[in-house]
Design a protein around this ligand. Sequence first.
Ligand code: SF4
Length: 303
Amino acid sequence: MEIIVGKTAGFCYGVKRAVEGAEKEVESNKKNIYCLGEIVHNKDVVKGLENKGIEFIDDIDSYKNDINTTKIKETVKESKEEKRLIIRAHGIPKETYKKAKENNFQIIDYTCPNVLKIHQIAEEKKDDHYIILFGNINHPENIGTISYCGKNYSIIEEKEDIEKALKELEKSSLKKLLIISQTTYSIEKFKEYSKLIQEQLENKNIEIEIRNTICKATEIRQKETEDISKKVECMIIIGGKNSSNTKKLYEIAKKYCKRAILIENKDQIDLKEIENVKKIGIMAGASTPDEKIKEVINIIEKI
Ligand code: SF4
């Protein structure tokens, strides 16, 4: 069996920076280190950091619940030591920085520079532009970005959301439109929907600015997934099932390869599904550690 492994499979720059940073943090100071949300959409990585001493919390208020109910009570209440709060690569809303400071957290910010750039663009344009953000409304990155968009914005995830967004733009009476995107949004959809919006606003006297804020690492990984998927009989995508960029890779693999499989780790491989395959492709999402990819390759190589 021939195995083609994507060169871009695994941790991207932003995730690597956040995970390594969190590891360093917990090595130098084991107490009172919190992380807001899962540092990456990968249960094994989160578990590993938890075992080293990082406490994962869903929001600042859940931290307060924790100190009333768990072992952290003694550690935090009786200690004068600082509490440190790690911000993951997805970033957080503006208000959360304020809330963290009010709760005396020292912030260790690993928001990816690509995400910070989107916040900056939105903040600069929010007063005189209507903002359209491509992406999923519930994704943590977008929840952060929305806080920089002011009042006049819409989120478009699928084609059917375009009509509503354009009606809202009309209601706002703004004559300038900014289009931006979640860093891990599909490049194909970004191009298609931006073009559709441009066509629908033709002759409406709206100035449109399109900023492709999809991260280059995402773009290259999606393209490589497409290329490999076209060459192989079966494509395996490794990554967290709640990871947005992994799901996109799986969608691409399904589109271009007749057999696409999504797994989180080696334990989920069904060897029967691939036993007669002669050429297999492997790609992994931005939150999949190298060891997990190697474990999958090792099992397949043994067939
Ligand atoms: S996918 Fe891109 S934007 Fe997102 S964390 Fe990785 S490098 Fe940063």
